[in-house]
Write a protein that binds this ligand. Structure first.
Ligand code: ADP
Ligand code: MG
Length: 315
């Protein structure tokens, strides 16, 4: 197929866990199945697909398990929990995509790569941790932890105390060559889950750090590394909008890069949700990507064909 594309798909939180669900394995598998169905359809159409995903709720659950079990087994730090979540979600996607491909009689290997992302130790984010991780605790507990560990905790909108960690900018995927070799063999690769495990490079060696990387910005690095034609960010809204959630809301369909940058400067996209998605799209198209698309989770196939979502292009 001559219009076959290499597509990096970044799956939002709702691809794995829907709001209001408890997070049982059956619930997560069911959600993953409907996403995998779309992925399999794109593969059946001849596209090469690389997948990345968020991990917020899963890492949150792992952190609760570390806490609850700390008297019996040593708790694991955030970078190890990040790696665990990549394995856990990657496994579910492997099962599910494998199943959907088997139903279509498309025998293709599906593999997850535990992925480390290099960050800059001098990134200003390290001086100002802002990203909440894990569950809510009492003020007393937070105070103890701050004293014992030097961690930063904040009171989160009246809901309790939460640990906050830095969210540095992603620079480079350590496993780039491994991911590329797999993609070239025709494998469906799942990589850089949760934005990647943040590591700092020193003399060619890598050390995990207590931080989290935005999954959409990390997804853009992945898209660049595999030479993707399209970055497809799947989330829970149909379109990116101007004046979002106001009476003047305008949904965007096709947007040129220059206009997108102007909308960014005008402050239309919220930090921590749509902001990083739009920024990831901007970077991808600026660096020569053909198109970046933000679309609703169940519209992936239509979005690739130009019939759903918000498409960002250079001209
Ligand atoms: P994900 O888990 O997919 O990363 P997020 O919650 O981080 O999802 O981001 C998607 C959310 O961004 C939407 O549910 C929407 O509420 C919010 N959002 C903020 N600004 C905008 C905007 N300008 N247009 C559309 N959605 C927006
Ligand atoms: Mg998000």
């Amino acid at each position: 197929m001559d219009n076959a594309k290499t597509i990096v798909i970044a799956l939002g939180g709702n691809a794995i866990l829907q709001p209001g669900q408890n997070g049982t394995v059956d619930e997560q598998m069911e959600n993953v199945d409907s996403t995998a169905e779309q992925v399999a359809e794109l593969i059946a159409q001849g596209h090469r697909v690389v997948i990345t995903h968020g991990n917020g709720p899963q890492v949150g659950a792992l952190l609760i398990q570390q806490e609850a079990g700390r008297d019996r087994v040593p708790p694991m730090p955030l970078d190890v929990c990040g790696a665990e979540s990549q394995g856990q979600i990657g496994y579910m996607l492997q099962q599910s995509i494998g199943k959907m491909l088997a139903r279509r009689s498309i025998p293709r290997p599906v593999a997850t790569v535990i992925t480390q992302m290099v960050v800059d130790p001098n990134d200003p984010a390290f001086a100002n941790p802002t990203k909440p991780v894990g569950p809510f605790y009492s003020a007393y507990y937070a105070e103890q932890r701050m004293k014992e560990t030097g961690e930063k905790w904040i009171e989160d909108a009246g809901r309790g105390w939460r640990r906050v960690v830095p969210s540095p900018d992603p620079i480079r995927i350590v496993e780039q060559d491994a991911i590329l070799s797999l993609v070239r063999t025709g494998a469906i690769v799942i990589a850089n889950g949760g934005g990647g495990i943040p590591v700092i490079e020193k003399g060619g060696l890598y050390k995990g750090v207590e931080a989290v990387i935005d999954k959409d910005l990390g997804g853009e690095c992945l898209a660049r590394d595999v030479g993707a034609d399209v970055l497809l960010i799947l989330t829970d809204v149909a379109h990116v909008a101007l004046h979002y959630k106001t009476p003047h809301q305008v949904d965007l369909h096709t947007v040129q890069l220059d206009d997108l940058i102007r909308y960014q400067q005008e402050g239309h996209f919220k930090a921590g949700s749509m902001g990083p998605k739009v920024e990831a799209c901007r970077r991808f198209v600026e660096r020569g990507g053909e198109a970046a698309i933000i679309a609703q989770l169940d519209r992936a196939v239509e979005a690739i064909h130009g019939n759903a979502g918000t498409r960002i292009v250079k001209q």
